[in-house]
Design a protein around this ligand. Structure first.
Ligand code: PGA
Length: 236
C-alpha cells in the first residue's frame, strides 16, 4: 500500500486526477471504476481541465460506477447517474454508451447485480478503481456487516450513511434507505485501487481501515489485502 498524506483538498484532487490521467494515457482502452460523493469532485474537475487542454482523450475509455440509490433513475438529480453525467461524462468526450452505472430502478435488484457483475467480467475487470470512504468505513455502499459480500447486491443503508448523505437532499426523509452496490469481488479484482479521503473527520476511519484489523465491520479494511492500493488522505 502506498499511503500519501497531503495538506489540502486541492493537493489531493490534483494527485488523484494525475493518477487517473496516467491510467488513461497508459491504456487508452482502460476500464475505470468510478465513485460519487463530494470527495471525487475536485479530481473530476481536474480531469475535465486536462481534457479541455487537449491532454486527455476519453473516447476509448469505459467506466463502471460503484453504486446507485434504489428507486432513483438517471433523470433524478440525486441519482448517481445524474451526478456522473453532470460532473464528468457530459464535460469530456467519453462515449456515454460505455459508461455504466447499476440500475437502481431495476425491478429485480438481485438480477441487476448479476447483470452488472457479468458486464464487469465481460469487460475484463477494472483497471483502476477510484474509491471514497464513508464515515463507517463503507466503500461503494458496502456497509459494515458480519461478512464481506462478493457480488453486486442490494443493501440497506446504514443510518450514519443516510445522515451523512442527507446534506444532498431537501430533507433526510428524501434519502433512499437502500441502494445497489458493487460487491467486494469486483473491487478487489481491480488491478489498481485509488482511495481518496478528505479532512480530519475521516482520519479515524482511515486509520482503522488501513492500520487496524481486517474485518467486515470496517469494510474498507479488506483493501489491506489488495496488492496495489494507493490511499491519498488530506488532513484539512
Ligand atoms: P464523501 O462520501 O466523498 O461525500 O465523503 C464518501 C463515501 O460515502 O463513500
Amino acid at each position: 500500500m502506498q499511503f500519501i498524506t497531503v495538506k489540502t483538498y486541492e493537493e489531493l484532487s490534483r494527485k488523484a486526477a494525475n493518477i487517473i490521467a496516467a491510467q488513461i494515457i497508459q491504456k487508452p482502452e482502460c476500464v475505470l471504476g468510478l465513485a460519487t460523493g463530494s470527495t471525487p469532485l475536485g479530481a473530476y474537475d481536474g480531469l475535465v481541465k486536462k481534457y479541455q487542454d487537449g491532454e486527455l482523450d476519453f473516447s476509448t475509455v469505459t467506466s463502471v460506477n460503484l453504486d446507485e440509490y434504489a428507486g432513483l433513475d438517471g433523470t433524478n438529480d440525486q441519482s448517481y447517474r445524474y451526478f456522473m453525467d453532470t460532473n464528468l461524462f457530459n464535460k469530456v468526450n467519453i462515449d456515454k454508451a460505455k459508461t455504466h452505472v447499476p440500475n437502481g430502478c431495476a425491478e429485480d435488484l438481485a438480477a441487476e447485480g448479476a447483470r452488472y457483475d457479468a458486464l464487469i467480467a465481460e469487460l475484463g475487470g477494472i483497471d483502476l478503481q477510484l474509491l471514497g470512504i464513508g464515515l463507517d468505513g463503507h466503500i461503494g455502499f458496502n456497509e459494515p456487516d458480519d461478512c464481506f459480500t462478493k457480488e453486486t447486491h442490494e443493501v440497506e443503508l446504514d443510518p450514519s450513511t443516510i445522515e451523512a448523505n442527507a446534506r444532498f437532499f431537501a430533507s433526510i426523509d428524501d434519502v433512499p434507505t437502500s441502494a445497489i452496490t458493487m460487491g467486494m469481488q469486483a473491487i478487489m479484482q481491480a488491478k489498481k485501487v485509488l482511495l481518496i479521503a478528505n479532512g480530519a473527520g475521516k482520519k479515524e476511519i482511515v486509520e482503522k481501515s488501513f492500520f487496524g484489523p481486517i474485518t467486515p465491520q470496517v469494510p474498507a479494511s479488506i483493501l489491506q489485502l489488495h496488492p496495489d492500493v494507493t490511499v491519498i488522505f488530506s488532513e484539512n
